[in-house]
Design a binder for this molecule. Structure first.
Ligand code: MLT
Length: 217
């Protein structure tokens, strides 16, 4: 019998050959089902891997502990980023998947950002929806032109402009290829997020698919 992996998760296999894999990371209080419809909308036919955050805050799942709104337990951020990166590699082996592109919202975007900075080999790219900088000191990271889309909201009361700017700067310094767009929105997602993510993913996923096709031939 197969051992269960270290996270509760949903998996949808790809609907076509060489389709990319999306790693879907929900926000606080969400679960593994939340972002499946978003994933299907922004990358039709992609494989979807969607874990549930293991930390509970008043019963609400998250991907790492926080001490207050916007104040993170950084030791936990580091530990949980490692744990999630290890889950990704186990899930890739189990389902035969390429390096995934993370699509994270809010707390899910923040753990994706932490993985980019701490475990850059885990991800082929990332769509960060309303992210903040999850670490006080940006580690020196080699991101080898990893494509990252950051979508912030100009009226977001949770993710501040300064926090997003620090994250974008850390990713750029690490060598990521970052596109940052500020949308006329709050912390909630809007139709504009879906359109922007879909367009960006179609372009970002192309080189990933090409690499896979080349490796298979
Ligand atoms: C976080 O805790 O990661 C951020 O404050 C976003 C949130 O989940 O509210």
């Amino acid at each position: 019998m197969q051992q269960p992996l270290s996270f509760i998760y949903r998996y949808e296999p790809p609907a076509r050959e060489h389709a990319p894999t999306l790693l879907l990371l929900h926000g606080t209080g969400g679960n593994e089902d939340d972002l499946l419809p978003l994933g299907r909308m922004i990358a039709p036919g992609a494989a979807l891997l969607s874990p549930r955050g293991k930390v509970l805050e008043n019963g609400m799942p998250r991907f790492f502990r926080r001490l207050a709104e916007g104040v993170f337990d950084e030791d936990d951020v580091r530990r949980r980023a490692d744990e999630l990166a290890d889950f990704i590699s186990a899930a890739r082996e189990r389902h035969g998947l390429p390096q995934p592109i993370a699509v994270g919202y809010s707390n899910g975007a923040n753990i994706a950002a932490a993985m980019l900075l701490l475990r850059p080999e885990a991800l082929a790219g990332a769509v960060l929806l309303r992210p903040m900088m999850p670490l006080g000191d940006a580690p020196v990271t080699r991101l080898a032109a990893t494509p990252v889309l950051v979508l912030s909201g100009s009226m977001d009361p949770i993710a501040s402009d300064a926090g997003t700017a620090r994250l974008v700067s850390a990713l750029n310094t690490g060598g990521a290829s970052v596109v940052h767009r500020e949308l006329p929105a709050g912390h909630e997602l809007s139709q504009a997020d879906i359109a922007a993510a879909r367009t960006w993913l179609a372009a970002a996923a192309r080189p990933v698919a090409q690499r896979l096709a080349e490796a298979a031939s």
